[in-house]
Structure formats: C-alpha cells, structure tokens
Write a protein that binds this ligand. Structure first.
Ligand code: ZN
Ligand code: ZN
Length: 389
C-alpha cells in the first residue's frame, strides 16, 4: 500500500466529513448550509399547491432536507418550521447533523408523527404515495382530526433534487472520479480464471479503500453470454479467454452516487464484437451530443436509439438511455422513450445505451454527465475503448 492509499484509507466514515482535507483532496463546500434553503423552497412549492404541511418519509428525501443520515426517520415540513422524527438510537447523531427541531420517538415513529399531525388541526397534509407504506398511511389516516386530510403530492422533493447545487455537483464529480480510480486498480488484477464474484469483490474493496461508504448498487460483473443480462449478478463462473465482460459499478461517496459501465475482452476480439462495440459507442456519443439544457429527456433517448436502429440493433436495446443520480443511484429524470422532462443546467445524468444478444453477449457503455446550458460536461474520466486483457 502506498502513502496515498494510507491517507485515503483513513478518511473518516462520518458522511458529514466531506469537508475534511485528506491527502491531495482540496476542501470542497458541503451542502450542509443548503438544508434550510431547500426546506424554504419546498415550503413555497407547498403553499402553491395549497397544502399546509408535507410529510416526508423516504430516507434520501429526509437527508436532502435535513442532513440526517440515519435510516429510520420522517420529516414534517410546515411553513417556517420542520420537525425530524427518529428513534433513540439516533438521538446523538440527529443532534449533531440536524439544524431543525428533532423529536425522538420511543415507540414506532408513526405514533410520534400521528400525535404531531393530530395537533395541527384542520390542515391538508401532503405525502408521496410512492414513498409511504400502506401501514403507515392507514395508521395516520385513522388518527387524523376531522377536516384534516392526507393528500397525495408525489415527487415534490424529487423534483427539487433533480437540479443539483454546485456543492452537490462537486460531490458527484468526486464520487465519479473515485469510482474510476477503483476501476483501474481492480482492472490491474484481472486475469483469466478469476471469477465474476472475485472481480466484483476486488472492485468494491478498492472503492472502500479509496474512501467510499459503499457501492451505490450491487456491482455487475458478467462474462461471456451472461453479459447479455443487463442486470446480471456476479456468479462463481470464471472469466475465460475469449470472454466479453461487462463491468457496471458505482460508489456512494459522502452520500452521492456514481455509475459507470465499461467492457473488457479477454483475448483478441473478433469482427462481431468490434461491430457491436462500435454501434454502442456511436449510440453513446450520439446520446451525449444530444444533451443540452432545453432538450427533452426522450430526445436524448431517441438520439441513441436512432444509431442502434441504423445498425439493426434497436430491438436489442431493452432499457432506457439513462437516469438521473445523486443521493440515490436512480433518480428522475429517466432518459426513456416517454419522459418529457426538459433537461436543465445542474442535472447529473447517465448516458448508457446497450445491446444484448442472447447468442452472443451484451455491450453497454455508461458515463455520468452534467447538463449545461450549451451541452454537457462528461464527468467520467475513464477511457471508453474496449479494454483488451
Ligand atoms: Zn450503471
Ligand atoms: Zn446507470
């Protein structure tokens, strides 16, 4: 282990420690100062929807609005105030991380939240049906006072989260760069005979040693025909000479996700591999070319799909061209056929077309980019050529 690795290995695990200077990392702003402003923006959006309160139950949304990183929490947002509900295991952590009021619930969170909601009186309380269980909804509903209502207000926080602040973009860029470094370190150890699981473990080990909290999704390593499974789980199958290998990996770094797919080939690639690779690469470049503020998400998808159609592979492209990422690995917008979201500066999205052929294997190339007024910045520094081993 060299000196740089030692320094990075000692990066504190506290997610609020992103400002810490370790090794050559420079001090970067953290969105901690932004939580209050985010709550205010959301309160404004709530007022426009004539709701008196918003009940936020999803951990990434609670984190976005308060900085709290525990996994059992709810946030009640009212005009001019917010209350975070969590349990006694998180009392110290909440006091350290959160600037709004904190209520520690000794029993189930829903009891504490229900008591607070009851005390609000006649009010329209927004909630996101995609982020609340039926059990929580029913428990709250049964305890509401007369004239109060729980009304669905989907994706209000997700809508704010689509546009990243400068501090968030810095964190995403750092996560993307860390992920690319982990890829190169793991790649240096790939040999025929290594299993898919071995390579996935090596990748995840490298991420953590470089300072990531954890992978942002289950690392995908799939060799040979199994590369045709877009979301393959690594198996004990060895990577063999002549195999095409898909590696799709991402890390959470200070809470923010990265996501990248690259292809390896063990041996000398034949004509078919080269042709499919060229088609996917051209589709990926066409997708990146189409990204610009003011363009609809589906237009980026169409640009990538058009290239694959010209090659005769459009039917083998079985997913959308990309997705937003941030505090979660998959966030809006979705760069699919039907998403009309207009791209805006500050969005962080992936561009990842792929071709999957059962009798051959699959090829996907994925970068993370930041949308700008005139185009996009490609955040992923890793070369896009097929890595021949
Ligand atoms: Zn991916
Ligand atoms: Zn992705």
């Amino acid at each position: 282990m060299n000196a740089k690795e030692v320094g990075q290995a000692l990066t504190p695990a506290n997610p609020n420690s992103s400002g810490a200077t370790v090794g050559r990392r420079k001090r970067l702003p953290h969105p901690a100062s932004e939580f209050h402003a985010r709550r205010q923006r959301l309160a404004g959006a709530l007022a426009a929807r004539e709701a008196g309160a918003l009940l936020v139950w999803a951990a990434p949304n609670v984190r976005y609005l308060s900085g709290f990183t525990g996994d059992n929490a709810a946030l009640l947002l009212l005009p001019g105030k917010a209350v975070l509900f969590t349990d006694p295991r998180y009392a110290i952590q909440a006091a350290q991380q959160v600037s709004c009021r904190v209520k520690i619930c000794k029993g189930p969170l829903v009891d504490g939240v229900a008591a607070a909601v009851r005390s609000l009186g006649a009010v329209r309380i927004g909630y996101d049906p995609a982020r609340m269980t039926c059990a929580v909804f029913q428990a709250l509903q049964s305890r509401l006072p007369m004239k109060a209502s729980l009304d669905p207000l989907p994706a209000m926080v997700e809508e704010l989260r689509m546009i990243k602040s400068a501090a968030e973009l810095d964190l995403i860029r750092r996560s993307v760069e860390l992920n690319s470094r982990a890829f190169e370190l793991a790649l240096a150890r790939v040999l025929p005979g290594m299993t898919e699981r071995d390579l996935a473990a090596e990748i995840e080990y490298r991420m953590r040693r470089l300072g990531a909290e954890k992978p942002s999704f289950e690392t995908i390593v799939a060799g040979g025909r199994r590369s045709a499974l877009p979301h393959a789980q690594p198996t004990a199958a060895p990577l063999r000479h002549g195999d095409l290998v898909v590696v799709d990996m991402g890390a959470f770094c200070d809470g923010y996700a990265s996501d990248m797919t690259r292809m390896l080939f063990l041996g000398t690639p034949g004509a078919r591999v080269k042709r499919v690779y060229r088609a996917v690469l051209e589709a990926q470049l066409a997708g990146i070319d189409a990204v610009r503020a003011g363009v609809a998400a589906f237009q980026v998808d169409a640009a990538a799909r058009r290239v694959l159609r010209a090659y005769g592979y459009d039917r083998a492209f079985v997913h959308s061209t990309g997705h937003g990422l941030g505090l979660e690995i998959h966030e809006p917008p979705r760069l699919g056929k039907r998403d009309k979201t207009i791209l805006q500066p500050g969005m962080a999205i992936t561009i990842e077309p792929g071709v999957y052929l059962e009798d051959f294997g699959g090829i996907r190339i994925e970068d993370t980019v930041e949308v700008t007024a005139t185009g996009c910045k490609i955040l992923t520094p890793t070369s896009k050529e097929l890595r021949v081993i």
